[in-house]
Structures are given as C-alpha cells and as structure tokens.
Design a protein around this ligand. Structure first.
Ligand code: NIG
Ligand code: FE
Length: 427
C-alpha cells in the first residue's frame, strides 16, 4: 500500500471491491517494450480526497486505514484510469452522413473535399450557428464521451476559419469546460483548410493566420495548442513550417496532423519544431519514425480513421513501437473522417490493426495520451498524488477491454474525485 499522508485518515471517497485495478505507472511516456507494462492489482481499493488519489492498495488495508465519507463498490470488476482522447474535433454543427454514403459509393475523402464537401461543409455549419447552438451540441457530445469513459479530451477548433468564427469556437470550448466534468484542452486549428473566401488566394490566408489570427488567439489565452493539417491538398510543408513556427514564437505548444493521406514528411517537420504530438501517420516513412523518436514527439494514432474513410494505408503501429516510440491512441472524433467518440472502440481497432495488446492500448489511451498533452504529472495513471479520474467498468479482466467490440463497458466514472456518470442509474 502507498499512503500519501497517514494522519489523513478521513477521506472523501473510497472505491473498493475492485477485482482488477489496471494502470500504467509514472509520468513519462511509455515506449517500446514498456508500452505494455501495467500494474494489475487484485482485490484493490483507491482512497480519494479533495479530488486527488491519496492511496492505492489492497482493499483490506485501505478499508481499515481510511474513514471515507462515501464508499463505492466496484463489484469485482476492472477499474481503469479515466481515458484521455488526445485528438478530437468536437465543435461543429451539422453532421456529414451523406459523405459517408458517397465514400461507400466510391468517392474518396479528397474528391469529396474538392467538390465543396468535407471540412468546407462543416465550416458553413459553424459560421451559420450561434455560440449557444454550438455549445449545446458540444455539451451533448461531452455527455457521450463521459459515458464511454473519457474524462479528458483535446478539443480542436478548425471549422470557423475566420478570426471571429474561430474565437467563437474557442469560447464555446471554454464555456463547455466550465459547465461539464469532461476536461478540455483547447487547440487552435485555424490551419485546418482554406476558407471559401480565400480559395483563389491561398497564400493570403497563410499570411492572415500568421499576421492576425495566431497573434489574436494567443492574446486571448483561449488556446493552449496550435495545430495544422499538413497535407498536399491543404497546407504543404513550407506553409506548415511558417505557421507553426509563428505559433511557437507566440507561446503555443504544437501538435500537427501529418502524413495522413500522403507521405509529405510532416513527421520530420513535427520533430524539427519540437511538437508535443504528431498525429495520424498513416503514410509515415522510416525516416519520419526515427525523427519522432529522436525528438521525443508522441505519435498520436487514430486507428478508426482509415476504416471510416476507406483508406488503404494504416499507421505502422507496431513498427512505431518497435522503434521505441510511445504512441497515444485517439479517436479523431469529427463529423467527416471519424464520427466515433469511443476510445474503447479505438483501442479494439488498435489491437486488431496494429497488434497491440490490451495493456498497450490502455497505456496509449491513458498515460501516453496525457503526456502528449503535457499532463503526465497529473493525469493518466492511478497513483498517489494524481488527479482522481477513474473509470469503473463491468469487465471481468483487462483483456476484455479490447476483446469486446461494440458496447460500452463503462459502469461509472469519477472525475476529480466526484462520481459524474452512472450507467442507467446503477451504482
Ligand atoms: O483529422 N485531417 C484533418 N481533419 C480531420 C478531418 C476533418 C473533417 O473531415 O472534417 C481529421 O481526419
Ligand atoms: Fe484530426
């Protein structure tokens, strides 16, 4: 048993009856063979006070040591750290199921975008929507994240593409974070695409981003990260370098969409810029993998996206791990290329497509994801001193986490020491 303060016997909450508590350890990303290293404690309990974990250990010891104001019984099932989704685009209005059908009929993601669909269609939706409408939609999505065990998300803008509309989305993110237990890490993705009014003068939009939008967003303090969609049909390597270089000068931390649809060498750019994450990587080269490893950039893998858009290339998940890197697993939830909010589903696909074990998937969607968001000290594991974000499941063992597709294993969720979700009123 590890107890932070032995004199503090009175605690707010004791979670007991844990059949198997599974967690990574430490605050640094786990890569290579370490990716699958987790602690598995049987007959365990967790003591929580003021939103922080104060003890993790055997139920017998903890129930004797702590006088808890509230006791929750995990009923012999698996308890996990709150899941962390390190890549989402959750601020949008309409959905794009018509494009899903078009892809099934043979159109590609890029062809649909070139015909005025894709990101542009979501831009129209966001521009036509009030802050109130966008907030209401986002809050519903946050409820779904929570019900699926996700307690922290990285939340990108990128469907406004004017200073006014991007600020509207950032304000919506701030407001949602104030109202909802899911924690949001805001990312400014003004470089997601070219807005329609700049279609014929793309260089001018890059200038606008650099000269006006990034400085204004930095001034507002509403975004922690800046991101760019580095791809041949949107922002090439040179433009991405300029945009992200400026963002870094202004104090943003960086994450980049790279090497998703074509092998542009975006991973090397993310490494050169010292980004916290390089996301997608379906077309990453060996050189790119090496560069990310050298620079300590977290690869954020989104295994549901190729499935969703019918792309043949998939991220070389196992090669990335064999090279010693420490990947995170994310949904990339957005209305176009992945209308899926479930990290358990993403983990199952990481298992099936990359050959990741359940333990590797769990570390990817908890500690490594936290590290990609610079929150490894406080989030992503169940250890003394960390924020008390827990998922109580009905899984009999860890392996069921990836083995079971298509249903949510989440029974209840604790965020900062408070029960914020219970399935169907059960407890
Ligand atoms: O991560 N890659 C760029 N952005 C999203 C797709 C956004 C959209 O189609 O609306 C992605 O896949
Ligand atoms: Fe994305």
């Amino acid at each position: 048993m590890k107890v932070m303060d032995k004199s503090a016997q009175r605690v707010d909450l004791l979670v007991q009856g844990i059949g198997e508590l599974v967690t990574a350890r430490g605050s640094l990303p786990s890569g290579g063979v370490e990716l699958g290293v987790v602690e598995r404690l049987s007959d365990a309990a967790v003591a929580i006070h003021k939103g922080v974990i104060v003890a993790v250990g055997s139920e017998e010891e903890l129930s004797a040591s702590f006088d808890a104001a509230e006791v929750i019984d995990a009923r012999g099932a698996v308890v996990l750290p709150g899941l962390i989704d390190a890549h989402t685009h959750p601020v949008f209005a309409g959905t794009r199921e018509g494009e899903f059908e078009q892809r099934l009929a043979g159109k590609s993601y890029v062809e649909i975008a070139a015909a005025g669909g894709g990101i542009s269609s979501s831009v129209r939706g966001v521009r036509e929507s009030s802050k109130e409408v966008l907030l209401a939609r986002l809050l519903v999505r946050l409820d779904r994240f929570l019900a699926l065990g996700t307690t922290t998300i990285e939340a990108k803008t990128g469907y406004g593409l004017s200073l006014e509309d991007e600020m509207k989305c950032l304000e919506v993110i701030r407001e949602a974070a104030a109202q909802h237990p899911v924690e949001l890490v805001p990312t400014f993705l003004g470089a997601h695409d070219y807005p329609p009014e700049f279609r014929d003068r793309k260089a001018k939009y890059v200038d606008l981003l650099i000269e006006e939008m990034l400085p204004a967003v930095a001034e507002s303090g509403l975004a922690e990260y800046a991101d760019v969609f580095t791809e041949s049909h949107v922002f090439g390597i040179e433009d991405s370098r300029r945009i992200m270089g400026r963002a870094a000068e202004l104090g943003f931390r960086l994450r980049l969409h790279v090497d998703q649809l074509s092998p542009l060498g975006g991973a090397q750019l993310a490494a050169e810029l010292g980004a916290d994450s390089a996301d997608h990587l379906e077309c990453i080269s060996e050189e790119g993998i090496h560069a990310l490893g050298e620079a300590g950039v977290v690869p954020v893998l989104c295994p549901l996206v190729p499935l969703f858009i019918g792309q043949a290339e998939e991220a070389p998940g196992r090669r990335i791990v064999d090279a010693g890197l420490a990947p995170a697993i994310a949904t990339d939830f957005n209305p176009g290329s992945c209308y899926v909010q479930s990290l358990p589903e993403a983990m199952s696909w990481a298992a099936l497509r990359y050959g990741f074990s359940a333990a590797e998937c769990l570390v990817g969607a908890t500690k490594n994801a936290a590290c990609s968001l610079r929150r490894g000290e406080t989030h992503g594991t169940l250890e003394v001193g960390k924020q008390a974000d827990l998922v109580l499941t009905d899984l009999p063992n860890l392996e069921h986490l990836t083995y079971e597709l298509g249903r949510s294993p989440v029974r209840s969720v604790i965020k900062r020491g408070v029960v914020v979700y219970e399935r169907g009123g059960e407890r």
